[in-house]
Write a protein that binds this ligand. Structure first.
Ligand code: PAF
Length: 280
């Protein structure tokens, strides 16, 4: 597995890989887990070569303390990517991605600022900007993102469509632990008690989906989420949104079209998010 640290090295490596066929990209911020490896596996199934990036993107963290606490496990990450069959890893520095004097940003002006974006100002602008830069450096045929980061996936799809970026975007289903907790790099920061409590999010989402499948309204589904999260004193619900999958507009009343349920909750100082798409 090749490790590239500059744009020219990465471009040369991708040009070589292209001789063998198409190239899929998995962008990461490291602290890898089985969810990232599922992205690599999906990319490998479709492409001759897979490129991964590891870059903890300062532009998507509002709070410098959150950035400082982000887990960094580069050696283990590289070993996992090698075992997963990645051909090349791009490992840029912050100075390379954001050189002195840089001033260009990419922003989906509506989608970036609603829902999770409203509580994390600048977050999705940071994501869209770095993903555009990584797409321009690697120039893959396709890129793979987890469905757990539901709004992020929608932002990236919108951006790619709006800017005619020639990369096809694939969403990959969330990987969960046996107890239902969605895998996330943040899970390692949970205390033992909070880790045991955190699957309440998945139980709450499942109950809301059951309510809707049984013909219930969005309001009844929301009520069931509130009731289930309230049974877990370690969980503080921070966000709960029901959106129309097509455009992320708020969903209310009797759903007829597919809806996305987006939930976030605080466990100690760790904010976890999860989501579920439901077709009534
Ligand atoms: O999902 C992530 O890990 C990050 O937001 C991404 C897409 C790698 C951009 O920094």
């Amino acid at each position: 597995m090749l490790i590239c640290k500059t744009v020219s090295e990465a471009r040369r490596a991708v040009a070589d890989l292209r001789q063998r066929g198409s190239v899929g990209l998995v962008t990461t911020m490291g602290a890898l887990h089985a969810g990232h490896i599922a992205l690599v596996a999906a990319a490998r199934a479709d492409h001759a070569s897979v490129v991964a990036t590891i870059f903890v993107n300062p532009a998507q963290f509002g709070d410098p303390a959150d950035l400082a606490k982000y887990p960094r496990t580069e050696d283990a990450d590289l070993a996992m990517l090698r075992d997963a069959g990645v051909a090349m890893v791009f490992l840029p520095t912050a100075d390379l991605i954001y050189p002195p004097g840089h001033e260009t940003i990419v922003e989906t002006t509506h989608l970036a600022n609603i829902l999770h974006g409203a509580v994390r100002p600048g977050h999705f602008r940071g994501v869209a900007t770095v993903v555009t830069k990584l797409f321009n450096i690697v120039q893959p045929d396709a890129a793979y993102f987890g469905e757990k980061d539901y709004q992020q996936l929608a932002v990236i799809r919108r951006m790619v469509a709006d800017l005619f970026i020639p990369v096809s975007i694939h969403g990959v289903p969330t990987v969960r632990d046996d107890d239902g907790l969605a895998l996330s790099s943040r899970n390692v920061r949970l205390t033992e008690g909070d880790r045991a409590a955190a699957p309440v999010l998945h139980r709450a989402l499942r109950s809301a989906a059951d309510t809707i499948h049984a013909g219930g309204t969005i309001e009844e589904a929301a009520q069931s989420i509130h009731e289930i999260v309230a049974t877990e004193p370690r969980a503080s619900l921070r966000g709960l949104d029901f959106v129309n999958v097509a455009d992320f507009s708020p969903a209310t009343g009797d759903p007829t079209d597919p809806i996305g349920i987006m939930i976030s909750a605080q466990f100690g100082d760790v904010l976890l998010i999860d989501q579920k798409e439901v077709t009534p």
